[in-house]
Design a protein around this ligand. Structure first.
Ligand code: 6LJ
Length: 157
């Protein structure tokens, strides 16, 4: 039976740079390991700035460079997310503060809210916002996401 008993929501400020990269990387890893059917995988934003938009062109070209596609359209975190996702993984302390504030107001919160970087074997705890950066900053985000998503998937399989 392909039961979707595990779930993870990746969250950043605008859901157009870091979290769509994390979502796409995690989906690829889970697919390669043959466990993607066991997971609900999504991403969302703390803000409503970019709702409905595709990932930033630099995020898309970074992913494409690594043979990964994303068709994700940005959405904002909802109260329901705190009831339906087992794991909510975010990128920096500002995301974590915003999410913890929202979680404390949500009914039936079952989500464990954490920094994605807490899974990094290289101990880079924060995945910095690359919005005002360049391609090399998107590549750094990608590499951090690969390390963290591998460790997170390992821990939850
Ligand atoms: C409300 C006022 C702000 C950013 C981003 C930064 C700035 C972003 C962005 C990440 C994803 C209407 C929207 C900040 C998408 C957009 C510019 C401001 C947007 C900030 C601070 C440090 C580093 C990056 N703010 N858009 N408008 N990250």
């Amino acid at each position: 039976m392909a039961s979707s008993n595990k779930s993870v929501l990746f969250v950043c400020l605008g859901n157009i740079c870091r979290s769509p990269i994390a979502e796409a990387v995690f989906r690829k890893l889970a697919t390669e390991r043959g466990v993607v059917d066991q997971w609900v995988i999504d991403s969302a934003a703390v803000s409503d700035w970019n709702v409905g938009r595709f990932a930033d062109a630099r995020a898309q070209s970074c992913l494409r460079k690594h043979d990964i596609e994303t068709a994700h359209k940005a959405r904002q975190v909802t109260n329901d997310d705190f009831a339906s996702f087992e794991h909510i993984l975010c990128m920096d302390e500002s995301n974590l503060r915003d999410l913890n504030r929202r979680a404390s107001k949500a009914k039936n919160c079952r989500s464990k809210v954490d920094l994605l970087g807490s899974y990094d074997p290289h101990k880079q705890l924060i995945i910095e916002d690359p919005y005002y950066g360049g391609d090399e900053d998107f590549e750094t985000v990608y590499q951090q996401c690969v390390r963290c998503c591998k460790a997170f998937l390992e821990k939850n399989s």
